[in-house]
Write a protein that binds this ligand. Structure first.
Ligand SMILES: CC(C)(COP(=O)(O)OP(=O)(O)OC[C@H]1O[C@@H](n2cnc3c(N)ncnc32)[C@H](O)[C@@H]1OP(=O)(O)O)[C@@H](O)C(=O)NCCC(=O)NCCSC(=O)C[C@@](O)(CC(=O)O)C(=O)O
Ligand SMILES: [Mg+2]
Length: 306
């Protein structure tokens, strides 16, 4: 599928910590979010953005997606973050506290102005908005549609629970509706959905359970605060061998069905029809991205023939 990019693991790295920044090239995550917002104390906001710029300038062997989380544009740091960091060519901007479509539109306009000034392709810088308040969650659909630069929506549970004046539990029951609403908006727009961080870096079982839930709901990736969390998240998002095997059987079965002039067939006692084929195609697309199958199936041909 054109433009399909694995974003299972998006690791936050505080932008004011040279010792952490220098290890970015060796981390096995799909994306890094270098943070200028909440991980950076007020006294270090100015120094951090210059540190991040220097780091990005020197990081020529770009082996993963590099995003920068700026401060909100209605703070005195947000615009300055963009001005300093964009010439160092991050892949995109994570916009915190994206509460309304208008906030994202403002970022979109600024990015276009910087792209013109830097003489790079319009649309080069992507946007990953963070929906992390009651207002942001309510506006999820409008936000998803506010800029063509948006490649995914991210849910932020730490600020969300603060905005709701509630505590975040280990099981996350209180997050269910918000998590789902963000997901619906992303799916309706046809973009990826990225789940929130799991803050207890010593609780790998809790991380696994939360990631499994997010995957079951439809999220395609998760934000992380510690490199030790990467492996668990990759393991959860990797398709399982039996799922890949079944998906291959489904594609084979539907091709057989078509030769017989029908769109539905039984496989192991279960009905295989168009939605089953769609789900199988998704499993195989993900398996291909994980290197578990050699060829990418022609989804247009598979779906088009229905
Ligand atoms: C959590 C902890 C303090 C634990 O420290 P610990 O000391 O126990 O960690 P250890 O495992 O012992 O570290 C072993 C070695 O790894 C190095 N190392 C650790 N973490 C590393 C890392 N991230 N990057 C590179 N290097 C790392 C470390 O330097 C050491 O290196 P060395 O000394 O050489 O051995 C630490 O990880 C950390 O600071 N994390 C980043 C926190 C952060 O960015 N927060 C803001 C983003 S979230 C947010 O804003 C929520 C949100 O906005 C959005 C949303 O949900 O998406 C919302 O509202 O929800
Ligand atoms: Mg936050």
């Amino acid at each position: 599928m054109a433009g399909f990019k694995l974003r299972r693991s998006l690791l936050y790295v505080p932008g004011n910590m040279p010792s952490m920044l220098q290890n970015i090239p060796i981390f096995n995550c799909d994306s890094v979010i270098i943070d200028l917002e909440d991980a950076v104390p007020l006294s270090e906001k100015d120094a951090a953005r210059h540190l991040v710029k220097r780091f990005l300038m020197n990081y020529t062997d770009r082996n993963k997606e590099l995003l920068v989380r700026i401060n909100p544009l209605d703070t005195k740091w947000g615009y300055e973050d963009l001005r300093v960091v964009l010439p160092a060519m991050p892949d995109g901007i994570r916009l915190p506290k994206a509460d309304t479509p208008e906030i994202v539109e403002r970022l979109d306009t600024l990015l276009t102005e910087f792209e013109e000034e830097l003489e790079v392709e319009i649309g080069r810088f992507g946007i990953l908005p963070s929906l992390e308040s009651a207002l942001g969650v309510i506006n999820a659909v409008g936000i998803a549609n506010s800029s063509e630069r948006i490649f995914a929506l991210a849910f932020g549970a730490e600020d969300y629970t603060a905005s709701m004046e509630i505590e975040r539990s280990r099981g996350g029951e209180e997050l269910f509706n918000a998590r789902t609403r963000v997901l619906w908006a992303a799916k309706a727009k046809g973009i990826q959905a990225v789940d929130t961080i799991f803050a207890d870096v010593s609780d790998m079982e809790g991380l696994r359970a939360e990631t499994e839930l997010a995957k079951r709901l439809g999220y395609t990736g998760k934000c992380l605060v510690n490199p030790r969390q990467i492996e668990v998240v990759h393991d959860v998002f990797a398709p399982k061998a039996h799922e890949v095997e079944y998906a291959l059987q489904v594609i084979e079965a539907i091709q057989r069905a078509r030769q017989l002039g029908t769109g539905v067939i039984a496989l192991g006692g279960k009905m295989v029809d168009a939605p089953v084929v769609k789900r199988a195609a998704r499993v195989l697309r993900t398996a291909y991205a994980h290197g578990m199958v050699d060829t990418l199936i022609d989804e247009e041909a598979i779906h088009g023939a229905q």
